[in-house]
Write a protein of this length. Sequence first.
Length: 333
Amino acid sequence: MKVLVAGGAGYIGSTACSALLDAGHTPVILDSLVTGRAEFTRGRIFYQGDIADGALLARIAAEHPDISCAIHFAALIVVPNSVSDPYGYYRENVAKSLEFYHNLLAHGIRRVIFSSSASLYDDAPGFKVTEESPLNPRSPYARTKYMMETILRDFTAAYDMRALALRYFNPIGADPALRTGPQIKEPSHVLGKLVSVAEGALDEFLITGTDWPTRDGSGIRDYVHVWDLALAHVKAVESFDDALLALGTDYATINLGCGNGVTVKELVYAFEKVYGKTLKKREAPPRDGDVAGSYADAGRAAALLGWRAERGIEQGIEDALRWSRVRDSIIPD
Ligand SMILES: NC(=O)c1ccc[n+]([C@@H]2O[C@H](COP(=O)([O-])OP(=O)(O)OC[C@H]3O[C@@H](n4cnc5c(N)ncnc54)[C@H](O)[C@@H]3O)[C@@H](O)[C@H]2O)c1
């Protein structure tokens, strides 16, 4: 199948393109490279431009009339930046997605797979969340995701369009074949920071927040290997119609996580075990906007997509470390 991949030059999108190619599908990448990398599009069909550029989308649709669905990864994703620049985030994520969905419809692309986020969920007793658990997006970033989901649901109700919103938990690692991986040199997420400490780019690792009501007081997350996440997109493309048919709806949300909660302290311990050395670390108060966290009830993904995460955190850590050793040769700046 031919699949339009908006944001296919980014971390998760480029990994999904590799998985699509491996499965015999053809990704057509649309990416502005605002945070994505041209190196990740090498040898792939690639259009550089904005998702809101109607003329470019018309050209893509004319040159690839056989596109059967679109995956929408394109977004700005840094939570603190969304707090300091809500205008930029609502414009880039919400306003541009509105145009993108509209233009997809205009060109007859009626199946949409959307990258949503577990950051939509409210705190849940026991930390496990199903797709029906209460939402409480607590940052402008999370609220853009909520709005992008809402618009998509309204489009599917009003127009001839169907959509799956995939709510990712916490992606870690890199393509095991090391074609792509996290492109940011100094990532702000927890595993990226651990790698930076291991490499000497950071002095110490801060365990921010140690009074949460979790088993050891540190935040709890559901770390899912990015290759598992990529494979979920292949399943979503291949079983799109069946999944919605089974539900009898035109729109569905699906959690993509392992279904296991791992605390930050447990992740640090696993990292030290894989890395073979202990890291300098310190406990610190939570950062603004931090939450205790959640992990996925992953039952719907298994039932509708036939997908389950297969890789544990150790493999995610190992692949993140392997990627950090080759990153500079693949992305030279
Ligand atoms: N990384 C995470 O922890 C995480 C967690 C949950 C959900 N998500 C979602 O997954 C998606 C991909 O995230 P990622 O980690 O790969 O981020 P990323 O920044 O690596 O990738 C985003 C890609 O979209 C492109 N892009 C952004 N705005 C664009 C625009 N207006 N037009 C065209 N291209 C544009 C960027 O250049 C980049 O290649 C995002 O929608 C993000 O919100 C990510």
